[in-house]
Design a protein around this ligand. Structure first.
Ligand code: C2E
Ligand code: CA
Ligand code: CA
Length: 874
């Protein structure tokens, strides 16, 4: 893979190389096509140069020889040569006068035998001295020529020496007289060859050469000389001019030609090549680089796709598979070559694939839109698996779709987990919202449904029916829990059958049920339904070898009357239910305006009660328990009173049930304990007038550790004995081990136990033996009739017998007259409590009462105390 950098470099190198090659080729072509012409022209130039030079030279020579010939005919010179004239001085003057030209250096006059007669030197110093022998030979030849030919047709021989550009030429002319040679006139010339001709850079040097052997009359050019020199004969003088071409110049010309061509071509080709480079870069290099980059990106993508952990499928526009990656093969089990060309849907999807998901995918693909979904596929071996599928169209560079890519990953585990989770959640939710035994919705579910109904925009009336089974505890206790369960399941079934689909029946407590009426069903409909249900519940249910029968009470409340806001409708139904129970079991009560008034009062009382606790308005009243034999005080029963700020004194039945209901009984009792301890403690501080104090305690509150602790503390610290009066029902509940434990704890702390209202309930002798109370307090309802009915007396007598048999004391309450006191004494009951002996009274009155003492049967109270007592009875 070439880098972009090296590709650009290569491109530029190619451009430059081609450019250079183009220039070189052109240069070579030009060189080879132009060189012969150059050489020819050079040769022609040299030739014409040579010819011009020869012509000039010949002219010079001609001129000099003509002058010489002319001089040689001068009589003075002839006579001098013949030796007739001897005045050399004259001769010199003569020669001076006839100075032939500037090129003549010297002239000599010689006798016919060559002996020098006179000599004239024109230029001293520069004269070249020909060697004597050469000169002698030359003169000999002149003489021979003259003798042979005479003056006519005589070509003057020339002796020459070459000295650089300067040719030293020795010319001679015979001096004839009367047809015979008389002497010789010789002149030495010095010709600066380069001065005679226009100099040329083409010629490096010129020289003259002899050519005796080849006399001619015309200039002759000897071309093709092996060393390249040009030879031209100087006609008539036996000389040849040799031109040495200046090779370096000639070659330089060739080189210049090439260089010029190269430079011109470089410049000329530069622009096209730059254009080529720019266009080529744009049209070839850039696209190439782009492609290469794309190729690289694609290769990387392909590698990534190939190794991706997600399964990838590429299809054409028709949805036929073109490519799949390894992960696809692993996930689906299909081999790439087996699925190519197929449509994925055709072999991956199966019977359980969600048609909606398939349709979604198809629709998006048809519209060339991306799509994501979760879908079930099948492996090659038929095993189903879940994938999250994401398909996108593939778009080419010109924005045309050409296929799809589907990326999928295996979410089978997640789906499984989700499925399990959903099931578990549903189970938990069902458990959280349903009662395990009956399968009915529980309180939580009911509350939710009620809340939903509350947001109903139609604001339809909401009617709730509270159902409480009667005698259920009895069934449970006597027939066992399985029987109880059967009853509950039966009731649930009845509720299910009697309620409509739009209604909800829930089990909200042990034997408590509630029904939310459907929309459009009011209180009357609810009452009719309740009566139907009541009838069915009351029907005996066969169980094991016996039949079970329970009843039910119904309380119905609704929002329509405007009496109740939605959040209180359940409470309203509870109030109505309470009413129903009060009215005797097996009845149906509606939350009516009058009930509402009572409930409201109850609510007000509750509010005031809280204020009373804070304001410490509960005061203990004390009713003495008397030994009827001597009138001595056995103890006191503490009875709670509410000293209302408006002056009224309220009796416990007006507020204790409310206090219990709203959960403040503990506080009321605690206040009573505290005040009693203070008041009786103070009375007993001087002398022990009160031996024992009894408190009324509800049996179920014995389980309250606070009550226990308070009793134990009081019993330890008080300067009087402490006893608890507990209703007879405790004897039934005594089977309960927790209750027994509580009683034992009280007994251990020295708290006496009295059974209150004994004889009114269902206490059994077994229960008595287990609870082991200190004392039985016979119910006033049994005591009151003893003055009339024999049976009543016998009943009391029987209780006394049982108590005696078990070693338990007996006290009678409701002793209202002397007759009662007498009869009771006759029955052996001397511990007595009642209006006959003493009224319940405040601590202040108690002090008076204790001081005055008491005579049974006589009115022991002061006027003041009696008045208080009378007021209190209201
Ligand atoms: P109880 O324990 O059976 O109390 C005796 C009730 O009979 C008292 O009514 C008392 O005033 C009344 N009484 C006493 N002698 C005679 C008589 O000769 N003839 C008639 N007709 N009545 C007589 P009271 O004080 O109104 O108490 C009613 C009930 O309230 C009590 O019945 C007791 O169960 C409960 N109670 C009173 N004080 C407390 C208390 O502090 N705590 C609790 N838990 N319950 C209390
Ligand atoms: Ca009592
Ligand atoms: Ca009582």
């Amino acid at each position: 893979m070439l880098h972009a950098h090296s590709i650009k470099l290569r491109f530029w190198m190619i451009v430059v190389v081609v450019w250079v090659a183009a220039i070189s080729a052109s240069a070579v072509t030009v060189f080879f096509s132009a060189r012969p012409h150059l050489a020819y022209n050079q040769a022609r130039t040299l030739d014409s140069l040579a010819e011009t030079t020869v012509l000039r030279l010949r002219d010079v020579l001609l001129q000099e020889t003509m002058i010489l010939e002319f001089m040689a005919r001068q009589p003075a010179l002839v006579s001098a040569a013949m030796g007739l004239e001897d005045d050399s001085f004259l001769l010199s003057d003569y020669l001076e006068t006839f100075k032939p030209s500037d090129s003549v250096d010297r002239i000599k006059l010689l006798a016919f035998d060559g002996v020098q007669i006179a000599e004239k030197i024109y230029r001293e110093g520069t004269v070249y001295a020909f060697p004597a022998d050469k000169r002698a030979a030359f003169l000999r030849q002149v003489i021979d020529n003259a003798e042979a030919f005479g003056t006519e047709g005589f070509t003057i021989p020339i002796l020459h020496h070459h000295d650089g550009d300067v040719a030293h030429i020795f010319v001679a002319t015979p001096i004839m007289f009367a047809g015979s040679l008389q002497g010789i006139l010789a002149a030495q010339l010095e010709i600066a060859l380069l001065d005679t001709i226009p100099t040329s850079a083409l010629v490096s040097s010129m020289r003259l050469e002899h050519m005796f052997s080849k006399p001619g009359t015309e200039a002759d050019v000897h071309a093709g000389d092996p060393d390249g020199a040009v030879h031209v004969d100087v006609p008539g003088y036996g000389l040849s001019l040799v031109l040495e071409p200046n090779w370096s110049v000639l070659q330089q010309a060739g080189r210049d030609l090439v260089r010029g061509t190269v430079l011109a071509l470089s410049a000329a080709l530069g622009a096209p090549f730059i254009l080529l480079a720019v266009l080529g870069h744009r049209a070839i290099v850039q696209p190439h680089l782009h492609l290469q980059k794309q190729k690289k990106t694609l290769a990387e993508l392909a590698a990534i796709a190939e190794k991706a952990s997600d399964a990838i499928v590429v299809t054409d526009l028709a949805g036929r598979i073109e490519w799949v990656n390894d992960a696809f093969e692993r996930l689906s089990g299909y081999k790439a070559e087996d699925v190519r060309g197929k449509s994925p849907g055709a072999f991956l999807q199966g019977p359980d694939t969600d048609p909606a998901a398939r349709a979604l995918v198809r629709r998006h693909l048809a519209e060339l839109r991306p799509v994501q979904t979760e879908i079930q596929n099948y492996r090659v071996d038929g095993r189903p698996y879940w994938i999250s599928l994401s398909i996108s169209p593939l778009i080419d560079e010109s924005d045309r779709p050409y296929g799809f890519v589907a990326i999928t990953n295996d979410i089978t585990h997640r789906r499984m987990r989700e499925g399990q989770l959903r099931e578990a959640q549903a189970r938990i939710e069902h458990q959280a919202n349903h009662d395990a035994l009956t399968g009915l919705p529980n309180r939580r579910a009911f509350d939710q449904v009620l809340k939903m109904r509350a947001t109903d925009p139609e604001k339809s009336e909401i009617v709730v029916v509270r159902i409480d089974l009667d005698h259920f505890k009895y069934v449970n206790d006597t027939h066992g829990h399985a029987a109880g369960d059967t009853v509950l399941v039966n009731v649930a079934q009845i509720l299910r059958e009697e309620t409509k689909a739009s209604e909800i029946a829930a089990r909200v407590g042990g034997d408590e049920f509630v029904v939310l009426m459907g929309k459009g069903y009011g209180m009357d409909a609810a009452r009719r339904m309740a009566e139907r249900i009541l009838q069915r519940i009351a029907a005996p249910i066969p169980f094991a070898n016996c039949t079970l029968s329970v009843g039910a009470s119904f309380g119905i409340a609704g929002t329509a009357e405007g009496l109740l806001p939605l959040e209180d409708v359940i409470v309203g139904a509870d109030v109505a239910l309470y009413e129903a129970k009060e009215a005797g079991r097996g009845s149906v009560r509606l939350y009516t305006p009058s009930l509402h008034a009572r409930a409201t009062e109850h609510r007000d009382t509750a509010a005031k009660l809280r204020g009373a606790i804070e304001g410490d308005q509960f005061v203990p009243f004390y009713q003495p328990q008397i030994d009827a034999r001597d009138g001595s005080i056995l103890g006191l029963e503490v009875l709670s009173r509410w000293q209302h700020p408006d002056g009224r004194l309220l009796s416990p039945d007006r507020y204790l049930p409310v206090a219990e209901k709203i959960g403040v009984l503990t506080e009321v009792d605690a206040a009573l304990f505290r005040r009693t301890a203070l008041e009786i403690g103070a009375i007993n501080s001087t002398s022990r007038l009160v031996p024992k104090v009894s408190f009324n305690v509800a049996a179920q509150r014995l389980a309250d550790p606070e009550v226990l602790d308070a009793a134990v503390a009081l019993s330890c610290e008080a300067n009087f004995g402490v006893a608890f009066e507990i209703l007879e029902s405790v004897l039934i509940d005594n089977q309960d081990t927790a209750m027994r434990y509580n009683l034992d704890k009280l007994r251990d702390a020295g708290v006496g136990l009295q059974i209150d209202d004994f004889g009114s309930g269902h206490a059994s002798i077994v229960g008595l033996m287990q609870a082991r109370p200190d004392c039985l307090k016979i119910d006033q309802r049994l005591i009151r009739p003893i003055t009339g009915l024999d049976g009543a007396r016998q009943m009391v007598s029987a209780i006394v017998d049982i108590a005696r048999a078990l070693g338990i004391d007996v006290i009678a309450e409701g002793v209202e007259s002397a007759r009662h006191a007498e009869i009771l004494l006759s029955l052996g009951i001397h511990a007595q409590q009642g209006y006959f002996h003493a009224m319940p009274m405040s601590s202040a009155n108690l002090r008076v009462f204790l001081q005055l003492g008491n005579e049974p049967g006589t009115a022991p109270l002061s006027e003041e105390v009696a008045e208080v007592a009378a007021r209190r009875r209201v």
